[in-house]
Each structure stands twice: as structure tokens, then as C-alpha cells.
Design a binder for this molecule. Sequence first.
Ligand SMILES: CC(=O)N[C@H]1[C@@H](OP(=O)(O)OP(=O)(O)OC[C@H]2O[C@@H](n3ccc(=O)[nH]c3=O)[C@H](O)[C@@H]2O)O[C@H](CO)[C@@H](O)[C@@H]1O
Ligand SMILES: C=C(OP(=O)(O)O)C(=O)O
Length: 415
Amino acid sequence: MEKFIVKGEVQLCGSVRISGAKNATLPIMAATLLCSGVSVIHDVPFLRDIQAMQDILTLLGAKISRQDHTMLIDTTNVSKAEIPEHLMREMRASVFLMGPLLGRFRKVRVSYPGGCAIGPRPINLHIKALERIGAKVDESFGFIDAEAVELTGGEVNFDFPSVGATENAMMAAVLAKGTTIIRNAAREPEIADLQAFLNKMGAKVSGAGTDTIRINGVNKLVPAEHTVMCDRIEAGTFLIAGVMTRGDIVIENIVPEYLFSVTDKLQEIGAQITTGNDFIRIKAGELRGVDIKTLPYPGFPTDLQAPMLSLVTIAKGTSIITETIFENRFKHVDELTRMGAKIKVEGRTAIIRGVASLTGAIVAAPDLRAGSALVLAALTAKGTTEIEQVYHIERGYENLEQKLQSLGAQIVRTG
Ligand SMILES: CC(=O)N[C@H]1[C@@H](OP(=O)(O)OP(=O)(O)OC[C@H]2O[C@@H](n3ccc(=O)[nH]c3=O)[C@H](O)[C@@H]2O)O[C@H](CO)[C@@H](O)[C@@H]1O
Ligand SMILES: C=C(OP(=O)(O)O)C(=O)O
């Protein structure tokens, strides 16, 4: 099995281009199913999750080709609306296919999605949304069947602003008759990117980025061309790496506004930050502990909780990190403890007592972001760290080791 070998005590310097966002590309790929024809998507990252979505669309009958980071998806021959269990299990985003398949074929059969094992990940809000726009949903024997003679606009009020359920509801509603209003919608930038793509297809969606989204159903959609937004989670990971190694790095191809909650905390920790239209430069010296609570956007993102926790293990004083989005997202703690970190977990809160330095060890990436947190810890640790199970990291970081190498990291892949 492949692993990373990382020699620590480096200082990252230089600039790195941020890739297109996994979490924007996946729903946009799903949305191409809403019509027949060839959609063109630019800046699609090379990631395991993207490949998994590509495999599902291909099985449904789509023809997909790639020219570097541009993906062409021809949905002309898509005729199936049923996804086998083994492909559903590959990732969480497989659930996004329910909305568009229901929209186009008025019926869909799936099983429960997989994704990072970060606590229970129910899909009740997705189902509620589909029901509110007229679908009859049946859950039995591990399958979910949704169908509708006609989809009709409706009121969807979420108890929690779920990212995936908001996206699914938008995709199901664009071809429904009448108007759908989604209240307490998630406000993540990826939702605005999906809205932009849907509108290029001829949909009438407004309000994405706020907590109320309005969708006026249309009869027909057409294929579209779109460049996906930058990956704010990859960007945040590099910023944290820059601070953690007391380096001086510039991340390019980024909208600084998407990262306010992160750069704000990094400044509190002791980083100096300069921003331009599409770049952020970060430098750091002495690091101080901070308290962080993960929240839906525009709050601090849960996907950067693990890298940030890694950072505060070497910040002076005590830090408290509270994870409010997922129930079991502290799997990196045991591995960081092997590297000398001092962390106590009480329920959804981690209390971290900063140490002067971490030490290299053999560790394993328990999931995607916990994996990147270990890579960051390894960059600063004394000695060499071996990180096993790197396939988790490949789900969400394009060419991580090459990008880090270009900033001066000593990281190689073996096995
Ligand atoms: C592919 C993708 O875009 N993944 C992102 C998406 O995941 P995902 O869309 O799965 O995340 P959600 O926003 O739906 O989940 C947030 C919370 O809502 C709960 N919930 C969700 C749906 C539901 O039907 N019922 C329910 O109770 C979840 O268990 C969780 O506690 O947003 C998360 C929160 O920013 C990110 O960590 C993931 O990287
Ligand atoms: C949790 C994540 O992804 P997913 O929702 O696809 O499991 C993530 O990107 O950190």
C-alpha cells in the first residue's frame, strides 16, 4: 500500500496554484444529467472522488472524455436512473445524483452513500426536500426509490443548512412545475457555483449564497460550459501548512473572501496575511493557541478542523477546538498523539496543550482531512514520518506531494 515519507523541520516558501474544488465539481457533474448533450467543465481536479463520479455517470450511459483539466460530459445516451450499491458507497457525493435523475427521468433508485467516516451521515433532509417537490420516496431493503408523475414546486424548510441536501433540492427543482423556495439553505460558495452552472443550462435559480434560494421551474435545460470555483479547503490547507512551518507562501487562484473565517483565525495565531484579488500571501513566526468552533459557512469549515488542530499542537498555550458539524471527526488525534501532541478529547471538544515540537512516527491517515493534518504535522516534526493509507488523501487533494515539493517540502510516495 502506498505511503508518504516526510522529512520534517522544513520551512515552506514559494507559490502554489490552487485546483478546482472537489465539492463544487461533484454536484456540477451530477447536474449535467439534467439534460441531453455535451457539457464542458473546466478546471476539474484529478481526484479519486472525481473518478468515482465519472464511473457512475459512465455506467448510467454518459460518455466522458478529459483534455487535461477540461472534462466533456455527453449525456445524450443516459437512460438508466439506477446506481449500483458498490458505486454509491464510493463517496458521499453519489447522493447528489438523486435530484438530477429524478428531475430528468421522474424516477431514481439508489442505495445509501459512502464518504468519509466522520460520524453518522443521514440523508433524511435530502429525502424531505424531494418529497416537498412532489416525489414519493420509499426506503426499504437498503434501497431508496423516488418517483413522481410530476414534480411541482414547493416549500423546503431545512432543520439544518445541509450542503448536499440544498444542492440536491436545487437540482430536483429546476425542472419542476412552478416555484420552489428553499429556506435555511446552506450558504457555502459551492452552492453559488452550482447555481451559476444551472443558470447557464437555462435554469432560473436565485439566492444561492444566502439562506433562501428560489427556483422557478423550466421545461427544458441545455448543456453548458463552466469553470469550477477554486478549492477553498485545499487553499486553507496550504495556508495552514505555511503557518505551521513558519514559512512564506503565496496561494494563487483563490477568492480570499471564501477564506475569511480561516485567515482571521490564522492572524489570531500569529500569521501575517496579505491578500490580492486572487491570491493570499502568508508568513508566520511565533504561534499562539486559539479557540475554534466549526460552523456552517461563513463560519469556520469543518473540513479544515483537522489541519487546524494539527497547527495548534505546536502553538504556545492551550487551544480549544469544538466540532459542531460531524460527530466523529477527531480521528487524527490518536495519530497526532503518536507524534508527541498533547490532546484531550471530551465529546465534541478537543483541548490541545501546545508543545515545542512534534516528532516523526509511523501513522495512518484515517480519512481525507485527518490525513492532510498528518502531512502538515510531518512537515514540522523532528525526524521522519511515514503516513500510511494515503488513498484517503487522494480523494480530495490533487498532486499534494508535488505541490508541497515545489514549496520545498521533502515528501515522497513509496509502495
Ligand atoms: C461532497 C461535499 O460537498 N461534501 C461536503 C458537504 O458534505 P454533506 O453535504 O454531506 O454535509 P451536510 O452539510 O449535509 O452535513 C452537515 C450535517 O448535517 C447532517 N445531515 C445532513 C444531511 C441530512 O440529510 N441529514 C443530516 O442530519 C450531517 O449528519 C451533518 O451533521 O458539506 C460538509 C459540511 O460542510 C463538508 O464537510 C463536506 O466536505
Ligand atoms: C468530508 C469530506 O468529503 P465527503 O463529504 O465527500 O465525504 C471532505 O471533503 O472533507
